[in-house]
Design a protein around this ligand. Structure first.
Ligand code: SF4
Ligand code: SF4
Ligand code: SF4
Length: 278
């Protein structure tokens, strides 16, 4: 399935606009709809609106990849904004599995502990679905948490590699990356057009090693850290990148030509033409 060509080229502009809107309205949501964060929803023993939304986004990662991380999360958006001005230009590093696991365990262990303490006090809600559970007076607290999260994201974006916290710390990101390994929606490079210029790798918001993926994977970007932002679509000078549904990866790899062979062939033809002109 292909999106319209004109719209596809602008996909990062839409992405950016949507993310800025979500970044700015998050505190308003907390103020007026008392939504609560995921961690807090656990320890009060309720299923809030935020838990429902992220539950849907996490369970749909095998189909839609990490659109939650790339299109809606205010923390991810803030770190992308500051990492553009990063002090250190760091290259892609694989997520550290031990750190991800440690943070994941800590997140759930502490939320379960708080839940059990609250349960003893008789103030939990047996995981009832109460979308707007938290009272307005709690929301001052959530706005403060929002400001703290934004500040942390800004600092990490300035000091560390792109989306370091998303790759190494965030438990929601860890869950999303498991499903995203099998995502049907992917950036797909047309290996007939790609020149291996490396611009998409340079500008990728997660600094995914695009060139390796293009060469070794017949143009399929299957890295589970991809957030489907569309930046690679925007920057490609030959319009070789599309976000597409690929239902059968094996079939795609069998049919797509190897980019190295195509470039070699192109160079031979170019040299041949030059020789004829001489
Ligand atoms: S990994 Fe976590 S912090 Fe990063 S964008 Fe996804 S949900 Fe947000
Ligand atoms: S590979 Fe493309 S869509 Fe994925 S994160 Fe990088 S720039 Fe965004
Ligand atoms: S920007 Fe386009 S041409 Fe350059 S490496 Fe990426 S996909 Fe290939």
């Amino acid at each position: 399935m292909k999106f319209n060509k004109l719209k596809m080229k602008n996909i990062y502009s839409y992405n950016f606009l949507i993310r800025i809107v979500f970044l700015l309205i998050t505190p308003l949501f907390f103020q007026y709809f008392a939504l609560g964060f995921i961690f807090h929803s656990f320890y009060w023993g309720v299923i809030t609106f935020v838990v429902i939304i992220w539950g849907v986004l996490i369970f749909s990662t095998p189909l839609f990849g990490r659109i939650g991380c790339g299109w809606f999360c205010f923390f991810g958006t803030t770190s992308d904004l500051s990492s553009k001005h990063s002090i250190f230009k760091m290259k892609w590093k694989k997520p550290k599995l031990w750190l991800k696991t440690l943070y994941f365990v800590l997140f759930f262990a502490t939320s379960i502990t708080f839940y059990l303490i609250n349960k003893q006090k008789g103030i939990t809600h047996n995981f009832e679905i109460i979308p707007n559970f938290l009272e307005l007076n709690f929301d001052q607290h959530y706005q403060l948490v929002w400001v703290i999260d934004i500040s942390i994201a800004l600092i990490l974006g300035l000091l560390l590699e792109r989306r370091w916290a998303c790759k190494n710390l965030c438990p929601i990101g860890s869950m999303c990356s498991v499903g995203a390994k099998h995502s049907r929606l992917l950036p797909v490079i047309d290996t007939n057009l790609c020149t291996l210029c490396g611009q998409c790798e340079k500008d990728c918001l997660v600094r995914i090693p695009m060139l390796d993926e293009i060469k070794n994977n017949k143009g399929l970007i299957t890295n589970p850290e991809c957030i489907l932002c569309g930046k690679c679509v925007e920057v490609c000078h030959v319009d070789a990148v599309k976000l597409k549904f690929v239902w059968d990866r094996t079939q795609h790899k069998e049919n797509a030509p190897n980019v190295i062979d195509i470039i070699r062939k192109r160079n031979i033809e170019k040299n041949h033409k030059k020789n004829i002109k001489k």
